[in-house]
Design a protein around this ligand. Structure first.
Ligand SMILES: Nc1nc2c(ncn2[C@@H]2O[C@H](COP(=O)(O)OP(=O)(O)O)[C@@H](O)[C@H]2O)c(=O)[nH]1
Ligand SMILES: [Mg+2]
Length: 301
């Protein structure tokens, strides 16, 4: 537990240094007044919380009867509570039914961490009979990368030749997985094709083919996003939801940014479940998203 919390606070350090450190600077020896509130607003915006979430947090914070000369930790506590209220609806557990195989489709732009997340998730769910389908047939390196994660976890990887039809590979891979009695199948996909329309077409085709094999699948379509992408991340959530009915988000690379507030913006704007957060490149660097721990860590509490 200590290790888990340590990883979370470590992973969010860049963002929390900015937010928590900034708040300490603003309120040190000062009262809560219009000027300090304005500075506070700027800090939240700079952390990429977005205009709407920031406005809501500030409004609620200002409306509370906070002692004008409240100590800094009381201020941080109140802000953490407001942020937690926004995040809470997005805290959901990724669950699988007993019906097998359960199919998880990973989507997202290039570099968002899809392949890495598959490796990390397989580790989380070890004990189940898992397989991977290397659906990013666009880049040979992507198949190799998935195989490395597969080898590490002793997991079978269904792959085709480079440049082969991804939907066709999914069809064959799923049938092989069923035959093999696999319980959990993660499907990797390409994040970049010639253009957005091509990517949308390919993903739709993959989903259609998956449904041909298993009508209820994919049981989860998870969107990986890169937290360093700023407000772009919001667009990605909306776009991929439209294309392939994303039902959950995994926000990676929170360790690499001081703008981890983007998660708050995503929660506020889209209300999409956020199943996990990525706080590093290692196999253990994927954490279940917990609204309270996350908001407390942001505030350095
Ligand atoms: N620091 C950090 N790096 C990550 C995280 N998740 C993925 N990466 C790295 O980001 C790069 C792109 O990841 P990859 O899984 O290949 O992305 P994909 O193109 O969506 O499949 C790789 O170098 C990963 O090691 C994370 O949570 N933190
Ligand atoms: Mg990849």
């Amino acid at each position: 537990m200590i290790n888990w919390f340590g990883k979370l606070t470590g992973g969010l350090k860049k963002t929390s240094d900015k937010i928590s450190g900034g708040i300490s600077d603003i309120f040190f020896g000062k009262k809560i007044d219009a000027a300090t509130i304005e500075d506070l607003e700027e800090i939240l915006l700079l952390a990429d919380m977005g205009y709407q979430a920031t406005t809501e947090i500030i409004k609620k914070f200002s409306a509370q009867k906070v002692d004008k000369a409240a100590d800094i930790s009381a201020i941080k506590q109140k802000l953490a509570d407001e942020i937690c209220t926004i995040l809470k609806p997005c805290q959901q557990e990724l669950v699988f039914s007993n019906e097998t195989p359960q199919i998880v489709l990973l989507v997202g732009v290039n570099g968002a961490g899809k392949t890495t997340t598959i490796g990390k998730l397989a580790h989380k769910f070890k004990g189940k009979q898992i397989s991977f389908i290397a659906g990013d047939t666009f880049r040979a390196a992507a198949v190799e990368q998935l195989k490395v994660w597969g080898d590490r976890n002793h997991i079978k990887v269904y792959s085709g030749t480079s440049g082969c039809d991804a939907a066709g590979l999914c069809y064959d891979g799923l049938n092989a997985a069923i035959k093999n009695g696999d319980e959990l199948v993660f499907i990797d996909t390409a994040g970049r094709l010639q253009n957005k329309a091509d990517l949308a077409e390919e993903l739709k085709k993959i989903v259609r083919v998956i449904k041909k094999v298993i009508p209820q699948a994919p049981h989860h379509t998870l969107l990986c996003v890169d937290a360093t992408g700023g407000q772009n991340v919001l667009d990605q959530v909306k776009t991929f939801k439209e294309i392939c009915g994303v039902n959950g988000v995994i926000m990676n690379k929170l360790d690499g940014t001081a703008k981890g507030g983007i998660l708050v913006a995503v929660a506020h704007e889209t209300k999409v479940p956020i199943y996990y957060i990525g706080v590093g490149e290692g196999i253990d660097d994927l954490q279940e998203f917990n609204a309270q721990s996350f908001s407390r860590s942001l505030l350095g509490l």
